[in-house]
Design a protein around this ligand. Structure first.
Ligand SMILES: Nc1ncnc2c1ncn2[C@@H]1O[C@H](COP(=O)(O)OP(=O)(O)OP(=O)(O)O)[C@@H](O)[C@H]1O
Length: 259
């Protein structure tokens, strides 16, 4: 079976800056895959192209057999690409359950007119959405805070809610952009456990950009390394840890960061 995500010769330029330069990589079904690299390497730009936030300057993205390279940005969630963002992207006044329901609306076909004419269908959709949101609340162990406004929650819990909202669109792949950045050790460990559970119990493959090397090495099946926009290595955690090009790239930034 072909890879779930296949990126071929992908590039993105901003004026004279080649933020991503001719990158090719795949994510297999069932995999936890990480993209790592020093600051400014082009990781977020790569993510933004895969999730439709940015249009590539060149190259091709095939997701689940479909060419998504130039797909309209609002179609990505329905196509099965779920993601979290580097900075929190939640409605702080809304409750936990309301924020998760927002992620679900991508699967709801009824609009206001439908709701008036086909009351039954709209109601069934709403009930199914609520049930799925409750399942996600259970899965992420956030029952106790389900009715609290997210603005008052700790950063770690807000990130968990953001994960819940991404899961609510029933993604075929989940993109996590530095999900543990700014978390304390315990919160990071919790999120790492949920990421593993998402793959094991929900069967959703993960592609993550992450600076926390412990998490990357602990939970990734496969790692791609980007430096100055170009891919310099791919391999298992053990292969990446021993790769001289990777060690050199990281030593340029901070002593031993890839170890
Ligand atoms: N919208 C933009 N306009 C101009 N330059 C940009 C833009 N977005 C990113 N860049 C540049 O592209 C390069 C790659 O940035 P990017 O944010 O993708 O790196 P990164 O690997 O995610 O970095 P970090 O780990 O610090 O988040 C950087 O030189 C950055 O300044």
């Amino acid at each position: 079976m072909s890879a779930l995500l296949e990126i071929t010769n992908l590039s993105k330029s901003f004026g004279g800056i080649k933020a991503v330069n001719d990158v090719s990589m795949t994510v297999e079904r069932g995999q936890i895959c990480s993209v790592i690299g020093p600051n400014g390497a082009g990781k977020t730009t790569l993510f933004n192209m895969i999730s439709g936030v940015l249009r590539p300057s060149a190259g091709k993205i095939i997701f689940d057999g479909q060419d998504t390279t130039n797909m309209k940005p609002w179609k990505y969630a329905a196509a099965g690409v779920g993601r979290t963002f580097q900075n929190l992207a939640l409605f702080s006044q809304g409750t936990v359950i309301e924020n998760i329901l927002v992620g679900r609306h991508v699967h709801m076909k009824s609009n206001a007119l439908d709701a008036a004419i086909f009351w039954g269908r709209a109601r069934r959709e709403e009930m199914a959405a609520r049930q799925r949101a409750e399942e996600i609340v259970d899965f992420l162990e956030i029952e106790e805070i389900r009715d609290m406004p997210v603005g008052g929650l700790s950063y770690g819990l807000q990130k968990r809610v953001e994960l819940g909202r991404a899961l609510a669109c029933d993604p075929k792949i989940l993109l996590l952009d530095e999900i543990v950045a700014g978390m304390n050790h315990e919160e990071s460990e919790d999120i790492a456990r949920f990421v593993l559970d998402i793959r094991e119990e929900l069967g959703i493959p993960i592609l993550m950009v992450e600076h926390d090397m412990k998490i990357v090495m602990d939970i990734s099946d496969y790692i791609h390394v980007i430096n100055f926009g170009s891919k310099i290595a791919s391999g298992t955690p053990d292969e990446i840890k021993a790769n001289p090009d990777v060690i050199k790239a990281y030593l340029g930034e901070s002593e031993g960061a890839a170890k």
